[in-house]
Design a protein around this ligand. Sequence first.
Ligand code: AR6
Length: 181
Amino acid sequence: MRVKFGECLVELVQGDITSQQVDAIVNAANSQLAGGGGVDGAIHRMAGPSVMEETDRRYPEGCPTGSAVASTAGNLSAKHIFHAVGPVWRGGNGGEPGQLQGAYRRCLELAVEHECESIAFPAISTGVYGYPMDLAAEHSLTSVRDFLQSQGQPSLVRFVLFNGGAFGAYARVLESMTDAH
Ligand code: AR6
């Protein structure tokens, strides 16, 4: 599914984020940048050890929740990895929506700073961190739409959803945004 916001395209695909041909791939990291399972495990396995060496050296303090930091992409075909730290879901009253939106926004800022035309996101926080998929779809797509409407770049934002349930949740929200605008 593809929707245009001004000159920018938002695209939903079902698949594996590590195989995307884009300028920047976003990792769903933890605030220690310590690696782990899910997207984080898959990205570090495919990228190779140079990426963890780089984040250890450049970001010894890690990265706060709701933000992101950049590294090179090792063996991946992308030029950059943006390591984004989404919130752990604790019921929704602990500032989780703002933190999730902040993580997406910071990645888009990094994309502009690094002159990326295309960026691929996973559904940050919806795995181990337990963010409900339908709310994650709404909050992340709102953040991306608002950024694209105000900044007019990057040209392509792709969400890579791992299964049909995630794809359906994102598609429903994106569809409702096209009705509205
Ligand atoms: N490509 C695309 N999506 C994927 C892939 C993949 N290869 N693998 C899993 N997903 P998670 P989080 C989906 O748990 O919730 C790690 O241990 C998955 O189905 O990767 O932000 C980190 O180190 C889910 O919908 O990230 C952190 O400690 C989504 O990606 C912690 O988990 C995110 O799931 C971060 O948890």
